[in-house]
Design a protein around this ligand. Structure first.
Ligand code: AMP
Length: 461
């Protein structure tokens, strides 16, 4: 059995219960089941066969989510097309992914040709789910050579345990074509929760409205989303049974704020496109009296091996991809091990801490020392008046790179760079001394809502 079987089991019971909500669409379980089979039928009628690649260029809608499940039901290779790429990258991705079909949400049809999602449904022909399938996700890469992470799923052992969880009302804030959004929405369907899909581009106003109107009990954020919600004048109170946050460095200061606001329900998850779940810090273990519990990303999730080698986090296990599309599988080249590109360490009790992404480390000074930009970001937001902070390396002839700060502040006129610099040096030492600052109305975010340090660095090139 795969997760698709488990989803069908839930959709086949209590048919009148609401299952999926997004935009103006509301589907009961039986309506969702019907549409799932119709979408699968539409694909089959157009000639899609098990094993074929089907690229989906879709937004966060109930129909689009069911399309992804339909592709898996047929035993096909689902290729998630992310919204970021420009036309050239998009064309390169599609040609590299070797697909038999492309399905597009009509709102994206000016950017890519394909079958329109709304024309796809055929008849509600019941089909037995295929025993296995593949998911391929884009992870960037240099132009013309997109990197595509391939995950196989043959059994549902990792989903089986979820079946026992009590259903909730889940709000998904990230894209369903990205690891976190895809994972959370499948989980909700497996558990039999009602799933509310937030808009493709997150906004805190909509979150606040949906949280109240839909009586949301579970949700997940990428950190900048959570910060916006915490800063929102109508930020909801303690209504959640679980709040998951992950996908980028989480400021301990903001985690504390979230726990104070919502109670002991906030848990941190660490994962990436190439390794969907690496570690987790349960909400119950986050102790406001012990700052280390606010910094750790927790312990490896069951079945995952995590090692720190020369400061880099390496992982192996069922949540790790097979490899990149078109390249030899990891099990052949590295015995299944994958270098995450994150730098970290374990404490004596087996908790994992991340210092920085290796490409975000600022290498500075005559001895080329490492400044962990993450430490600096976390410290800066504890200073009065600073709402968000991103430190990046600015090229410098003498020192290689120097620390440059991008800040979002409460009041532009109240920013005193000298005192910020003095506080940084007092807390983190001379090495961390910022040499420049830019005040921005907001930090640039990637399409999945993470602070886009690459874009900030590109301002200096
Ligand atoms: P992506 O492949 O776009 O999902 O990005 C994965 C990267 O996000 C990881 O390699 C980490 O650098 C970062 N990341 C994910 N979860 C966390 C977390 N809980 N804390 C810190 N960084 C994280």
């Amino acid at each position: 059995m795969t997760y698709v079987d488990l989803v069908l089991q839930k959709l086949s019971t209590d048919g009148e219960r609401e299952a999926l909500v997004g935009g103006d669409t509301r589907l009961t379980r039986s309506q969702a089941r019907d549409l799932l089979f119709r979408l699968a039928d539409g694909l089959v009628r157009r000639g899609v066969r098990p094993g074929d690649g089907v690229a989906v260029f879709i937004g966060n809608t109930p129909e689009a989510l069911l399309l992804t499940v339909a592709v898996h039901l047929l035993g096909c290779r689902l290729v998630h097309v992310p919204p970021e790429p420009g036309p050239k990258e998009l064309a390169a991705l599609i040609s590299r992914a070797d697909v038999a079909a492309v399905v597009v949400d009509p709102t994206f049809s000016d950017r890519l040709d394909g079958w329109h999602l709304q024309d796809l449904p055929g008849d509600p022909v019941e089909r037995t789910p295929a025993p296995g399938f593949t998911t391929v996700s884009y992870t960037g890469g240099t132009t013309g050579l997109p990197k595509l992470a391939v995950h196989h799923e043959r059994t549902s052992t990792r989903w089986e345990a979820l079946r026992q969880l009590p259903p909730s009302t889940m709000l998904c804030n990230t894209l369903i074509t990205h690891g976190s959004g895809a994972g959370v929405s499948r989980m909700a369907l497996v558990v039999g929760s009602k799933l509310v899909l937030g808009p493709s581009t997150f906004d805190a106003d909509t979150f606040v409205r949906l949280a109240v109107d839909e009586k949301i009990t579970m949700t997940m954020f990428v950190p900048p989303m959570m910060y916006e919600v915490l800063d929102h004048p109508d930020c909801p109170g303690p209504q959640f049974l679980g709040v998951s946050v992950g996908g980028a460095m989480l400021s301990p200061h903001r985690l504390r704020q979230a726990v104070e606001k919502w109670g002991p329900v906030v848990f941190q998850a660490y994962g990436m496109t190439e390794a969907l779940g690496i570690s987790m810090m349960p909400a119950a273990d986050v102790d406001l009296a012990r700052p280390d519990t606010l910094r750790t990303v927790g312990k490896p999730v069951p079945g995952m091996e995590v090692e720190v080698r020369d400061g880099d986090v390496w992982v192996r296990g069922p949540m790790v991809m097979e490899g990149y599309w078109g390249e030899p599988p990891l099990r052949e080249t590295a015995d299944g091990w994958f270098d995450t590109g994150d730098m970290g360490y374990f404490d004596d009790n087996g908790y994992l801490y991340l210092n920085d992404r290796s490409k975000d480390v600022i290498v500075t000074g005559r001895t080329s020392d490492n400044v962990y930009s993450r430490l600096l970001d976390d410290f800066l937001v504890t200073l009065p008046g600073i709402r968000q902070a991103a430190a990046v390396g600015r090229p410098d002839e003498a020192l290689g790179e120097v620390v440059h700060l991008f800040l979002v502040v409460d009041d532009d006129n109240a920013v005193d760079f000298d005192s910020i610099r003095d506080s940084v040096v007092a807390e983190l030492g001379e090495l961390y001394q910022p040499r420049g600052v830019t005040i921005l109305p907001q930090l640039p975010l990637t399409k999945v809502g993470k602070v886009d340090k690459r874009q900030l660095r590109s301002l200096f090139r």
